[in-house]
Design a protein around this ligand. Structure first.
Ligand code: ATP
Ligand code: SF4
Ligand code: MG
Length: 407
């Protein structure tokens, strides 16, 4: 059975921001799906919706089938049981996501006590095992979060996410605040753990290159919609949607000096989700827009039958080469004034690693009801939505207390 089947998911915040619009996604057990897109395109909203962690008053429509069970139709008791044990979330900003006044061993043990009905000694033992699994000595269980480095705290968050053997792990920008070396270690760790345990992984990042390297499939979001989805390498190397192509071209390729010294960009900003343009939401920025794009939106449709790639563009139905040629003109090469002359000898240079240097928009310890500041837990288990309300046919959760955004 498909592990996760998201059908026509719509999320509108109380102020009217249509942050997720008609998203369809599937994920099989053991599969890794990357979700990319510029800041504000709805990636975190999608992640929060999957476990009903959105603020009260948010309207949610569509279906989210987790192991065949509709998350949006679940009673709150069932939602609490599913968080951690069925699916868990690792949020970025581990510094803010761990409770500063509790030892990390106790924080890892908490969901085990709650969901596995373990004894205190059993939960402590399991917490030690999990720490070892993520590469930390079990003895560090007695440490407080401030006694760990950023990378170690992120490892603790991953241990917490794995504590109750969930079938699905959602990692929302798990490495954005970390340096490149630690970022690579954490990504490798997540990758190894999910493949060892046959867990499904949704990895969210601004960094298409990192996702292409880590995930089996990639979904690119723009203005709340998935505009392209398919095998990770194909979407990264040969996107069919002009936006996905421009996003991909923004990352330098190792071994391709031209892309390193002539950074590609895309003019303009994503639209405000409360005031979306008509037609294709990308049309005001799209260099290959047709006149009809201002009034006609395009559904996500099969663009490449061989790979099951889907794209939401009027050009996506064209033959493979023709489509690639058209959308390629969407990439605007914009070398900075002080860009050095390209060294075509292939020697390395600054910025040659394709690392995530433009990360922005971190989220600190998202939690829906218990988050009260720096000590707010960042994983879903402690996020039981006390006082949450449910509108008919929609799923809403309590308050999103720690939903702060830092630069
Ligand atoms: N609680 C909220 N109330 C109203 N609007 C919100 C709320 N949270 C997010 N939004 C809006 O919804 C849109 C999508 O936000 P979201 O956090 O999902 O984006 P994102 O893709 O995760 O961005 P980033 O890459 O910066 O983390 C944004 O326009 C944002 O301003
Ligand atoms: S549908 Fe039109 S505006 Fe939208 S991405 Fe394709 S060409 Fe550009
Ligand atoms: Mg986000």
């Amino acid at each position: 059975m498909t592990l996760l089947d998201v059908q026509n998911l719509e999320v509108t915040y109380p102020g009217g921001a249509a942050a997720v619009r008609g998203v369809d996604l599937t994920l099989e057990a053991g599969q890794k799906l990357g979700i990319a897109g510029e800041s504000g395109c709805g990636k975190s909203t999608l992640a929060l919706a999957l476990l009903r962690l959105l603020p009260a008053g948010t309207t949610v429509g569509g279906r989210i089938l987790l192991d065949g069970e509709d998350v949006l139709a679940m009673k709150w008791g069932r939602v609490r049981a599913v968080r951690w044990a069925g699916a868990s979330i690792v949020f970025q900003g581990a510094m803010h996501s761990l409770n500063a006044v509790h030892r990390i061993g106790d924080q890892i043990a908490e969901p085990i006590l709650l969901h596995r009905r373990a004894t205190a000694a059993g939960a402590r033992r399991r917490a030690g095992e999990l720490l070892e699994q993520v590469g930390l000595p079990a003895a560090r269980a007695s440490a407080y979060p401030h006694e760990l480095s950023g990378g170690q705290r992120q490892r603790v968050m991953i241990a917490m996410a794995l504590a109750c053997d969930p079938g699905l792990v959602i990692a929302d920008e798990p490495t954005t605040a970390l340096d490149v070396m630690i970022q690579a270690q954490i990504l490798r760790l997540i990758e190894e753990l999910v493949s060892e345990q046959d867990v499904g992984l949704i990895m969210i990042s601004h960094d298409l290159a990192v996702l292409a390297d880590t995930c089996d499939r990639l979904a690119v979001m723009y203005a709340g919609r998935v505009v392209e989805e398919g095998p990770a390498a194909r979407v990264f190397d040969d996107a069919r949607h002009p936006y996905a192509r421009a996003l991909s071209a923004a990352f330098p390729r190792i071994g391709d000096p031209a892309s390193r010294f002539a950074p590609a960009g895309l003019a303009g900003d994503p639209p405000d989700p409360s005031a979306l343009p008509g037609g294709c939401a990308f049309h005001p920025r799209c260099p290959v827009a047709l006149e009809s794009c201002a009034t006609e939106d395009q559904p996500l449709r099969l663009a490449d039958a061989a790979t099951g790639r889907r794209a939401a563009c009027v050009h996506a139905g064209a033959g493979a080469e023709e489509a690639a040629a058209v959308v390629d003109t969407a990439v605007v090469h914009a070398p900075a004034a002080d860009t050095p002359v390209p060294d075509t000898s292939g020697a390395g240079g600054p910025g040659a690693d394709g690392d995530d240097s433009g990360a922005t928009g971190s989220r600190a310890g998202t939690d829906d009801s218990e988050a009260t500041g720096p000590g707010a837990p960042g994983c879903a288990a402690t996020s039981d939505a006390e006082g949450a309300t449910e509108a008919a046919g929609t799923g809403t959760a309590g308050t999103d207390g720690a939903r702060s955004t830092t630069a």
